[in-house]
Design a protein around this ligand. Structure first.
Ligand code: FAD
Length: 366
């Protein structure tokens, strides 16, 4: 790797977390297929010399636009803006394809095109441009090079899903890479990174592209938007979409079994011999946890004891998963450092040794 100060360094692995224009992705020759932008938007915070006659959202042939003060109150369900203070502007540009950093002049011209005036906009504290381009890396790993975050997927910002998807990429990859580097696990463990995270990214691209399409201003799209609103007014579709867009409904395909398998472990309130604790506190050290809610001492994982925490606990609360609702109470489960469940079973331990080996390496010689 060539550094900007002229130095170079060699590493066993390289993870490109260098954004949508990722140099690492390009240098590794990883394809980035997808669709070019059809809309371009500016989002900014600035001051206006003239107060607009109306705040809020406007739709027209150019697209969707919005003006509002950064600070506001909600009174009786209505947004109430103060008379003064900085303004947040969202404006769709007439042209797609600008590549330079956006300027105050770009913002002013875009406002004039929509509102007939720029309201004397000045003193911006931020101006960003975003588009509805949607692209995803064909492979999240190529040999010793991996990519995560926007380097692996770019999509419209609808639903605020980009950052959390990227953070979950990193959390999925981090512990796997650590185990491979330490020699605990074979290199093939890294292939599960693409296998698990690529489908999640693909779903984010799909739902954000659909969201952009739903914003079009024609009669048929309006009818489709109303139909979608009706569907999302129903509990089941709404819960499913909320679980998908928040990432809480992510399900990795780890085979058949209890609904928890491949899903995110809920943050249970546990009782242990050492007192109460929250399950997530067991994950703070990024080490796997085998949780035994059955007879204490009944599980034996001695050959993995150096890598896996075995916790005997009681849990008497409900078992409910995002979008799925109530599920049967499991007796024992193996939770990966990223919080996903790799095995669910009982005290006879069927398949536990295999799951421990797949995810956390071969048993230590006894
Ligand atoms: C208008 C808008 C609103 C959004 N709202 C949300 C939201 O509400 N919720 C959400 O989850 N996401 C949101 N997102 C998406 C989110 O901002 C991105 O998904 C996220 O920032 C991606 O993080 P990243 O670290 O992968 O990439 P980036 O944030 O792009 O970071 C990449 C970093 O790499 C550095 N870099 C690049 N090349 C090099 C190089 N050659 N050498 C050294 N350094 C380099 C860059 O300087 C940068 O610091 C929004 C995006 C937009 C445009």
């Amino acid at each position: 790797i060539e550094l900007s100060d002229g130095r170079s360094l060699r590493a066993q692995y390289l993870v490109g977390c260098d954004g949508g224009r990722s140099l690492v992705r390009k240098a590794a020759g990883i394809d980035f297929p997808g669709s070019d932008p059809t809309t371009s938007n500016l989002i900014a915070e600035a001051e206006l010399a003239v107060t607009p006659p109306a705040w809020g959202t406007r739709r027209d042939a150019i697209g969707i636009h919005g003006l509002g003060r950064v600070e506001y109150e909600i009174r009786d369900g209505q947004i109430v803006y103060p008379d003064e203070g900085p303004v947040r502007v969202l404006v769709t540009e007439r042209q797609v394809g600008a590549t330079a950093e956006p300027t105050l002049r770009d913002l002013s011209e875009a406002l004039i095109a929509v509102y007939g005036t720029d309201y004397g906009i000045h003193s911006p504290t931020s101006i960003s441009r975003f588009t509805d381009a949607a692209r995803q890396a064909a492979a999240y790993r190529k040999g010793r090079v991996l990519i995560a975050g926007d380097a692996a997927h770019v999509h419209p910002p609808d639903g605020g899903q980009g950052l959390q998807t990227g953070v979950q990429d990193a959390v999925n990859l981090g512990w796997k890479l650590a185990q491979v580097v330490k020699g605990t696990s074979p290199e093939s463990l890294l292939d599960t990174y693409h296998a698990e995270r690529h489908p999640v990214g693909a779903r984010v691209l799909r739902n954000t592209m659909a969201s952009v399409a739903l914003r079009r201003e024609d009669e048929r799209t309006r009818a489709l938007r109303d139909t979608m609103s009706e569907l999302l007014g129903m509990d089941e579709p709404r819960q499913k979409f909320a679980a998908m867009m928040s990432g809480l409904g992510t399900h990795y395909d780890l085979g058949e079994g209890h609904p928890l398998l491949g899903r995110r472990m809920p943050d249970l309130d546990l009782s242990t011999a050492n007192g109460p604790l929250r399950l997530f506190s067991l994950l703070h050290k990024a080490r796997p946890v085998l949780l035994n809610l059955g007879e204490p001492g009944a599980l034996d994982i001695t050959p993995w004891a150096d890598r896996v925490q075995l916790v005997d606990a009681d849990y008497t609360g409900p078992w409910e998963l995002p979008a799925l609702g109530p599920v049967a109470a499991p007796t024992a489960m193996l939770v990966r450092p990223d919080g996903y469940v790799a095995w669910v079973g009982d005290l006879t331990q069927p398949g536990l040794a295999d799951a421990l080996t797949i995810w956390f390496g071969s048993p230590a010689a006894g």
